[in-house]
Design a protein around this ligand. Structure first.
Ligand SMILES: Nc1ncnc2c1ncn2[C@@H]1O[C@H](COP(=O)(O)OP(=O)(O)O)[C@@H](O)[C@H]1O
Ligand code: SF4
Ligand SMILES: [Mg+2]
Length: 321
């Protein structure tokens, strides 16, 4: 059985300009111990998908559908029931570590609290474990870090502390929302490696959210590509890398540097910008930027079986070059 089974997830926001449909009929599974990715440009609905699962939508937001975690529907839990899941069963790390860290408390006291509250350890054992985790996330001079406040650390170090805090709870599912976006390339690579090591060691399932399809290779098994709040393509990462079947995925791939491409081949982003959700066209959300659009694209394609074994939402058949 899947650890997380998301079905027909919808997220909408009431705004003065009208209802914003940020996530529409999204379905996916996360298997125990699996690393899956949600990929798409900014504004595709990736973060709101995650926030809905943890009951963290802003006040004007509403989620519908179901999200069975270990058989229990997260969308139907009360705030107090959700609090029991958050952190201990499902932990989330963010692009900005200060969303999760308390600026007024030392790193040590925040890390120890996870262990004493969620894993019921006594203080000395908690201190030892916190220290060990800081070593695992490769923080230099960990003893001293425990005494420091978050603002005394660099951005990359804060990110590692937040990851350490999430991992100390030994969650069964870790949701990582653009965890490396604000960091330089070397630190990005180190943090990706760290997540992979941890996932292998503890078989934690990871849902990695990113706008960069390049980050996904080598880290994830399955990928869900979103655009305009809808699933565009879903399937095995390698198969999709090899042969994307949606023009949007193909466009994202063209903007990723790849070893198997000639050096002088230019990287092309997708021309144009993601749509304003209040003015989404009827039909395929990607039609205004799609270079192979046809007349039929003014009606919404359904998700159909792709040759790579996953799913695709496009009127055109077969692989996209
Ligand atoms: N509180 C809100 N009120 C109205 N619209 C919102 C709100 N939060 C998010 N949205 C809408 O949802 C869209 C998708 O957001 P998000 O999931 O954060 O995108 P992503 O993480 O893919 O960049 C945003 O572009 C915005 O239009
Ligand atoms: S349905 Fe049409 S507009 Fe949408 S991606 Fe396919 S070809 Fe392009
Ligand atoms: Mg986001």
């Amino acid at each position: 059985m899947a650890l997380l089974e998301v079905r027909d997830l919808m997220v909408s926001f009431a705004t003065p300009e009208g209802e914003v449909h940020a996530v529409n009929s999204v379905d996916f599974d996360v298997e125990p111990g699996e690393v899956m990715a949600i990929v798409g440009e900014s504004g595709s609905g990736k973060s709101q998908t995650a926030m809905a699962l943890l009951g963290l939508l802003s006040e004007n937001g509403q989620a519908r559908g179901s999200a069975l975690f270990d058989g229990k529907d997260l969308l139907k839990l009360s705030q107090s029931e959700l609090n029991q899941y958050r952190g201990s069963q499902v932990a989330m790390i963010f692009q900005d570590p200060m969303t999760a860290l308390n600026p007024y408390r030392t790193v040590g006291s925040q890390l120890r609290e996870v262990l004493t509250c969620q894993r019921h350890m006594e203080r000395r054992q908690a201190n030892r474990e916190a220290l060990e985790m800081l070593e695992q996330v490769r923080i230099t001079d960990p003893e001293r870090r425990l005494q420091q406040f978050p603002h005394e650390l660099s951005g990359g170090m804060q990110q590692r502390v937040m990851i350490a805090m999430a991992l100390l709870a030994r969650p069964r599912l870790l949701i990582a929302d653009e965890p490396t976006t604000a960091l330089d390339v070397t630190v990005q690579a180190e943090i990706s490696e760290l997540l992979r090591d941890y996932q292998r060691r503890y078989e934690t399932a990871i849902m990695l959210i990113t706008h960069d399809l390049g980050v996904v290779a080598g880290l994830c098994e399955r990928v869900l590509v979103m655009y305009g709040g809808r699933v565009m393509e879903y399937g095995d990462v390698r198969a999709i890398y090899h042969q994307a079947e949606h023009p949007y995925t193909a466009g994202l791939l063209r903007s990723v540097p790849r070893l198997d491409r000639l050096d002088d081949e230019e990287l092309h982003g997708i021309p144009g910008n993601p749509p304003n959700l209040l003015e989404l066209p009827t039909g395929c959300p990607f039609q205004e930027r799609c270079q192979v659009a046809i007349e039929r694209c003014s009606s919404l394609p359904s998700l159909t079986r792709a040759n790579h074994g996953g799913l695709r939402r496009c009127h055109l058949e077969g692989a996209i070059e």
